[in-house]
Design a protein around this ligand. Structure first.
Ligand SMILES: N[C@@H](CCC(=O)N[C@@H](CS)C(=O)NCC(=O)O)C(=O)O
Length: 278
C-alpha cells in the first residue's frame, strides 16, 4: 500500500510516546513531526485536532485519529502483526477497563502527588498509594499487565513505568518505591529493558531538566495559591472586624437618637399637660 502515515507528537509526552511505541512494535514506518505544544501549536495540529488541540495526532492517508488509546486501537486493527490488544473479547474488555483506570484515575493523582505541596500533597500521596496498590495487585503472578509480553495496558501504563520515576528523581518525591510496590517496580524495570522501549525512551537528562523547571513552576503555583488564601483569610478577618464595629456604632447612634426623641416627646407632652392646668 503506498501509505502516508504521519505522527504529530511531543518528545516529553507519554501520550505521544504510546503511539510511537505501538508503531515501532508493529514495525510500521511513519513520519514524525515535533510539536511545540507549550508555545506554538502548528496549523496542522489545530486543523487535525480542532476539538482538543493536543498531541498525539496520527494522520493516516490524510485522515486524522486522536486520543492515544483510540490511536492504539486503530493501529492494532490496521496492522495485524504483533497484536497489542488480546484477541479474547473478555480480555480485551478488561484491557480497556485498566487503560481507563490508568488514564482517568492514576495519571492526575500521581502527577499531583509528585508536584503539589503541604496538605494537598499528603492527600494526593495517600490517594496515589491506594491506586498503586490496585495496580500492584493486578500484576500478581504476571510479568507484564498483558501477560508474558508488553501489551495495551503496559503501553498505557508507560507513565508509571518511566515518567513517575524520572519525576520523583527530579522533585525528590517517593510515591512509587520498591519497598512498598515491589511488583510494580520490577515491572517498570522489565518494561524499560524491552529492546523496543529501551531504544526509544525519551533522554533522561533532558527529562530531568525539563521536569525540574515544570515542578518549580507548579510548586510555586501551589505556594502562591496557599499564600493567596492566607492573605484572603487575614483580609476577611479585618473586614469582619470593621463590620462588627460599624454595626455596634450604628446601634449606639441609633439608640441614642431614639432616646433623644423620646426625651423630646416626654418634655413636649409634659409641657402640654402643664399648660392645660394653667
Ligand atoms: N487524552 C489525550 C491526552 C493528550 C495530551 O494531554 N497531550 C498533551 C501533551 S502531554 C498536549 O498536547 N497538551 C497541549 C495542551 O494541553 O494544550 C490522549 O490520550 O491523547
Amino acid at each position: 500500500m503506498g501509505e502516508e502515515l504521519k505522527l504529530l507528537g511531543a518528545w516529553g509526552s507519554p501520550f505521544s510516546w504510546r503511539v510511537e511505541i505501538a508503531l515501532k512494535m508493529k514495525g510500521v514506518k511513519y513520519e514524525y513531526s515535533e510539536e511545540d505544544i507549550l508555545h506554538n501549536k502548528s496549523p496542522a495540529l489545530l486543523k487535525f485536532n480542532p476539538v482538543h488541540k493536543k498531541v498525539p495526532v496520527l494522520i493516516h492517508n490524510g485522515k486524522p485519529i486522536v486520543e492515544s488509546h483510540v490511536i492504539l486501537e486503530y493501529i492494532d486493527e490496521t496492522w495485524k502483526d504483533n497484536l497489542i490488544l488480546p484477541r479474547d473479547p473478555y480480555k480485551r474488555a478488561m484491557a480497556r477497563f485498566w487503560a481507563k483506570f490508568l488514564d482517568e484515575k492514576c495519571m492526575q493523582t500521581l502527577w499531583k502527588s509528585c508536584t503539589s505541596i503541604g496538605a494537598e500533597r499528603e492527600k494526593a500521596h495517600e490517594e496515589a498509594r491506594l491506586l498503586l496498590s490496585t495496580l500492584e495487585g493486578e500484576l500478581k503472578g504476571k510479568k507484564f499487565f498483558g501477560g508474558e509480553t508488553v501489551g495495551f495496558v503496559d503501553i498505557m501504563a508507560n507513565f508509571v513505568g518511566y515518567w513517575v520515576g524520572v519525576i520523583q528523581e527530579a522533585v525528590g518525591a517517593d510515591v512509587l518505591t520498591e519497598g512498598e510496590f515491589p511488583l510494580l517496580c520490577k515491572w517498570a524495570e522489565e518494561f524499560q529493558n524491552r529492546p523496543v522501549i529501551k531504544e526509544n525512551l525519551p533522554p533522561k537528562d533532558k527529562f530531568l531538566a525539563f521536569f525540574k523547571v515544570q515542578a518549580e513552576m507548579i510548586t510555586s503555583f501551589y505556594k502562591n495559591k496557599r499564600e493567596f488564601w492566607v492573605f484572603l483569610g487575614l483580609w476577611f478577618d479585618w473586614v469582619l472586624c470593621v463590620c462588627v464595629m460599624s454595626f455596634f456604632a450604628v446601634i449606639k447612634v441609633y439608640s441614642n437618637g431614639i432616646l433623644g426623641v423620646c426625651c423630646f416627646l416626654i418634655v413636649i407632652v409634659r409641657d402640654n399637660d402643664e399648660s392645660q392646668f394653667n
